[in-house]
Ligand binder design. Structure first.
Ligand code: Z5A
Length: 222
């Protein structure tokens, strides 16, 4: 039986990596084989493209070229890692995926949405996520969390953008969540991380693993 595909999306510092790792742990504890991966990256070729993108080396070529690079990375990641894992029955959790391209390059970067959708059709095709969590957090809080985590470490190409940019991104992710209610669930990421994790696990069980649906968020968090 094919596995399930879950993605985490949202603005800077919203807690995607934290929640992706907690969900992997919880599902693993339920006996489910889980592959945790990320974008851009997750495969040999895509990690090389990640370096080009996040170093800022591609910025001078403009958002269309960046969108093409994200798509090329995604194609390799899907072909060599995600689809084989799903076909083998593993569940795949991916930290960022197609909605990041829609939000960063499309809605905020102003790349033509028909172009973005065309790339999506070519790379993702039928391999859309079964479930996407969009972590919603005011940009100020997300940036402060990301800053505290980074310490004196260097910022990447997107982290150097201003507050207005990050607010626009959050609005873009909220718009995506309301356009695709079937696939996307908007999560209030201000709550403590264990509470957020419990809400996410409850939704995953209800939607993708109903035979083990826990009772309430409080039960899981306990
Ligand atoms: N990008 C794009 O433009 N187009 C695309 O198609 C794709 C990506 C796929 C990848 O950056 C960049 O590529 C990204 C978008 C762009 N740009 N940015 N910025 P990345 O992979 O290096 O990192 P990221 O995805 O941006 O991660 P992040 O936003 O920096 O962090 P996060 O994963 O959302 O958060 P976290 O690491 O889990 O948590 C941050 C800190 O907060 C950490 O210290 C946690 O311990 C803490 N935390 C987490 N949850 C909580 C709660 N609930 N309360 C308090 N503190 C918490």
């Amino acid at each position: 039986m094919a596995g399930k595909f879950i993605t985490f999306e949202g603005g800077e510092g919203a807690g995607k990596s934290t929640q992706a790792a907690l969900l992997k742990k919880r599902l693993g504890g339920m006996g489910i084989g889980v592959l945790l991966t990320r974008e851009p990256g997750g495969s040999l070729g895509a990690e090389i493209i990640r370096h080009v993108l996040l170093s800022g080396a591609a910025k001078r070529f403009g958002p269309n070229a960046e969108a093409l690079l994200f798509a090329a990375a995604r194609a390799d990641h899907l072909d060599t890692v995600i689809r084989p894992a799903l076909q083998a029955g593993q569940w795949v959790i991916c930290d960022r995926f197609l909605d990041s391209t829609r939000a960063y390059q499309g809605i905020v970067g102003k790349v033509d949405l028909a172009f973005i959708k065309g790339l999506e059709k070519l790379t993702v095709g039928a391999s859309k996520p079964d479930l996407t969590f969009i972590l919603d957090l005011p940009a100020e809080i997300g940036l402060a969390r990301a800053h505290a985590r980074r310490g004196d470490g260097a910022t990447d190409r997107f982290e150097t953008e201003d507050l207005a940019y990050h607010r626009a991104l959050n609005a873009a992710f909220r718009a995506i969540a309301s356009e695709e209610k079937q696939r996307c669930v908007l999560i209030d990421a201000k709550e403590p991380q264990e509470r957020v994790a419990a809400e996410i696990l409850q939704i995953v069980c209800k939607r993708l693993h109903p035979e083990t649906a826990p009772l309430t968020v409080e039960d899981i968090a306990r």
